[in-house]
Ligand binder design. Structure first.
Ligand code: HEC
Length: 234
């Protein structure tokens, strides 16, 4: 999938100009937004963002560019970014965007804060520790306990694709937690509460939330209904 075409760039620049309503009106995925931001962080000339957002809102242009450069500086200083691959982008209940990157079994998350009118505030924050460690643990558990039925990158197998926005049983965060904890009677989906410690359960919920909406190759066709689930905590 090409993420670099002109239309998307134009739409993205509009998004950066805080027209987040455009996102809900069209079918641009949050994945694309994160992927674009990630590309700018990687590029040697993030200044080209100036051209993209240099429409009429000079203030937002300046804050966004400043934050980009700050994050890029931190990442380059630790020589981290170039070793990381783009993983996925998710949004929390408050609308904040989390860009998740991955290097082998390590994760790195950047939070893009939204203000209360749903606009990109220009505040980009590199999250250290907790979420990233939890994602690593979650992935480890996924590979040990879920992979055999739900496939690589949660693309589906014996069990449904967990990377798409279609769900059979899950309507909200609590359903996801209950389903993994208790399983689904009469199906292959077993209960995990006796096999995973509370901390491990927490990590696997987070990992499933993080992988949901990811672009995956050869994914199993959707099952259930298309639902946009907003998770409370990320
Ligand atoms: C032995 C195979 C198997 C294993 C192992 C397994 N699952 Fe499942 N899972 C299934 C099947 C099959 C379904 C669908 C049941 C149905 O269609 O009625 C399912 C359903 C689900 C759903 C609901 C999806 C939806 O569309 O609502 C979630 C979430 C889920 N599994 C997560 C997990 C997680 C997380 C793990 C690892 C901790 C895991 N599963 C391990 C077979 C498995």
């Amino acid at each position: 999938m090409k993420h670099t075409n002109k239309l998307k760039q134009t739409l993205f620049s509009l998004l950066l100009l805080s027209q987040l309503t455009i996102y809900s009106q069209t079918d641009i995925k949050i994945y694309d937004i994160g992927y674009q931001i990630y590309n700018y962080l990687l590029s040697d000339t993030p200044e080209k963002i100036i051209d993209m957002v240099a429409q009429d809102d000079l203030d937002s242009k300046a804050t966004v560019l400043e934050s980009f450069l700050k994050i890029k500086e931190i990442l380059s200083a630790s020589a981290k970014l170039k070793n990381y691959q783009y993983f996925n982008t998710v949004q929390d209940a408050l609308g904040n965007i989390y860009i998740i990157m991955k290097n082998k079994n390590k994760f790195l998350t950047i939070k893009v804060k939204m203000n209360d009118t749903g606009k990109i505030s220009g505040e980009f924050k590199l999250i250290q520790g907790s979420i990233n460690d939890e994602l690593s643990l979650g992935e480890k558990i996924y590979n040990m306990k879920c992979f055999s039925c739900h496939g690589i990158n949660a693309k589906g197998g014996l069990g449904p694709n967990l990377a798409d926005n279609y769900w059979k049983y899950v309507n909200n965060e609590q359903d996801l937690i209950n389903l993994i904890k208790d399983g689904k009677k009469g199906t292959m989906m077993m209960s995990f509460k006796d096999y995973l410690k509370p901390q491990e359960l927490k990590a696997i919920y987070l990992y499933i939330k993080a992988i949901n909406g990811k672009e995956v190759k050869n994914a199993k066709k959707p099952e259930g209904e298309k639902k946009k689930i907003t998770f409370q905590v990320f």
